[in-house]
Design a protein around this ligand. Structure first.
Ligand SMILES: Cc1cc2nc3c(=O)[nH]c(=O)nc-3n(C[C@H](O)[C@H](O)[C@H](O)COP(=O)(O)OP(=O)(O)OC[C@H]3O[C@@H](n4cnc5c(N)ncnc54)[C@H](O)[C@@H]3O)c2cc1C
Length: 377
């Protein structure tokens, strides 16, 4: 870790330990993901984000530092797992790739805390498979006319604008047929049509777009760049999801180990039972392995050697580990495990959701398998 990184790291850890207060004006490389022109490689794009955020007043944290911070935060239930974190507004790579004029209108107000934004890709008939989306953007002169419905959109209510993915060439689907637009929420034809409350407490919204006219200047990048833009940030986000899984696993393991040595049933502590011993041994081993894999992935990102499949592996390994640790923790605490005043049930609910959002684990495994087959051709 460089000196600048270490200094930022210590500053942030102190602020976390001190108050867990939100500091919206302080911008750091929270969602380390791509930046710059779309013709850069996805890795270059992601790495560029650190620098860009630094130029904008951020703290130039390495992804490793962020992963460690997120891991520590996930040991508590003090902050919601999604939404604004201790680093201020989440700035996805898409906003960092805007042209200077777009940055003035959209990125800078977000960083200053003056505007809020939401990312809208998922649809009723297109979640894991965005290539099947039905929202279309049809060019008519100097504007696009957008029609469609988006579902499960976090923070749509209260947002000033959407980063909206729409099909500009539906036949090409995710292979060059999707484009991202900046859509102001007060544009005629944009409306919130419904809401869904999820078990983690998150609320998502359905957004309708009926003949919404968006000027060409609000298109991000070129037509067909949408998939790259929408997907690249997710790779770094997966490191943070993995780190969350590790934090939950570490806390749950501590709780199991401590409770199992105190709680006596049938005249013996739970810790003397083989079922508990096996669970503790396996969780501890998997936690060590998950940490090494995640830190290695973050380091590879920081030194520019990350391969795409690295993030598929940690997403699967660590989100499943987090959930299983919470599940075992709940089980070994018996009735206490489901009590609302304990953190366990909340960790259980939240960690379960990460096996779906940001790419379900089945899709990660399928993508990983494709890369493995390519390696051994
Ligand atoms: C709390 C929350 C917040 C969200 N916020 C946003 C947001 O801000 N913006 C946004 O655009 N979206 C958001 N989403 C949507 C989220 O990204 C999608 O739910 C996710 O991508 C899965 O899509 P889906 O729900 O349509 O599931 P589907 O695509 O219908 O898949 C259902 C299940 O089928 C299985 N499956 C699917 N395809 C395959 C396959 N090829 N092989 C094997 N198994 C498969 C998986 O188990 C998957 O979980 C959010 C979702 C939640 C729950």
């Amino acid at each position: 870790m460089s000196f600048a990184n270490r200094r930022s790291f210590i500053t942030i850890l102190s602020s976390v330990a001190g108050s867990l207060a939100l500091r919206p004006s302080r911008v750091a490389a929270q969602s380390a993901a791509p930046s710059g022109a779309f013709d850069m490689t996805w890795l270059d794009q992601m790495r560029g984000q650190h620098k860009q955020l630094y130029d904008l007043g951020g703290q130039d944290l390495s992804l490793l530092a962020l992963a460690v911070i997120n891991e520590q935060l996930a040991r508590t239930i003090a902050l919601p797992p999604r939404g604004p974190g201790i680093f201020g507004p989440e700035v996805r790579s898409i906003l960092l790739s805007l042209n200077p004029e777009q940055k003035d209108r959209y990125l800078h107000p977000v960083l200053r805390g003056e505007k809020a934004t939401a990312f809208a890709q998922t649809e009723p008939d297109a979640g894991s498979d965005p290539g099947g989306m039905r929202t279309t953007a049809v060019r008519q002169g100097d504007r696009y006319v957008i029609n469609g419905t988006k579902r499960f959109i976090s923070h749509a209510k209260g947002a000033d604008f959407l980063q909206l993915v729409a099909a500009t060439d539906p036949k090409k689907g995710s292979r060059g047929g999707l484009t991202v637009f900046l859509v102001d929420m007060d544009t005629p034809g944009v409306s919130i049509a419904g809401r869904t409350v999820h078990m983690m407490g998150d609320v998502t919204y359905e957004v309708m777009l009926e003949n919404v006219e968006v000027p060409v200047e609000n298109r991000i990048g070129n037509e067909g760049d949408g998939m790259k833009a929408a997907q690249t940030w997710i790779n770094t986000n997966r490191v943070n999801q993995a780190a969350r899984g590790l934090g939950v696993a570490a806390r749950c393991l501590e709780m199991i180990a401590s409770y199992a040595q105190q709680r006596v049933t049938f005249g013996r502590p739970l810790a003397s039972r083989q079922a508990v011993q096996v669970a503790v041994a396996d969780l501890y081993t998997r936690l060590q392995a998950g940490q090494l894999l995640t830190y290695r992935t973050a380091c590879k990102f920081d030194n520019g050697t990350l391969q795409r499949h690295d993030t598929f592996m940690i997403k699967v390994f660590c989100t499943e580990l987090g959930f299983e640790a919470a599940d075992r923790c709940m089980q070994f605490h018996g009735g206490l495990g489901t009590a609302m005043e304990m953190p366990i049930e909340r960790m259980w609910r939240e960690s379960r959701s990460f096996m779906i959002t940001g790419g379900p684990v089945e899709i990660m495994r399928a993508s990983l398998a494709r890369e493995i087959f390519a390696l051994y051709q």
